[in-house]
Design a binder for this molecule. Sequence first.
Ligand code: URA
Length: 207
Amino acid sequence: MQVNIIDHPLIQHKLTIMRKKETSSADFRKLLEEITMLMGYEATRDLPLEDVEIETPIQKTVGKRLTGKKIAIVPVLRAGFGMVQGLLDLIPSARIGVIGLYRDPETLKPVEYYCKLPNIENRSFIIVDPMLATGGSSVAAIQMLKDRGVKDIRLMCLVAAPEGVDTVNKAHPDVKIYTAAVDECLNEHGYIVPGLGDAGDRIFGTK
Ligand code: URA
């Protein structure tokens, strides 16, 4: 199983509060934003740097800056929206794409209903979706980007099921997965166990 579990103590502490059923939507949203920002450090750790000559008030020196590689954040509707602001806090110049998928009630396969992406030239794409459950929608979202020519794709979630990680690994071995936790399993309704329930409902306060 190829997955980067970001187990920083602050992330684990905040995730435990998110899992609690009595945590309010307002707190849930805020914590998701904070965790996403903290995870963003790791998910962008390998971004290339170049030397740049600058002048401090004391003397000339050589500093580092990000090379031309740009970032796009791509939430998968609707829960993925909850992870956008945390990454934007870290990378304010990032562009934002959006992917919409629904599950066909008969085939149970994800069906694309929306895709709007920024220019893909020289850009790394980070797909965000808090719950990596069966992996079906993540596999489809990654494929949607690849079909449009995107080469550098990362997948960031909050909680993953082992089944979902395996499914994404098999379909897209080139895509790095970042998560705060890999839980035990999926239940018969496709929920992650112990998980945190329906992330979309908890973010948007629905149900
Ligand atoms: N989606 C969710 O929101 N929660 C799960 O546990 C699984 C999929």
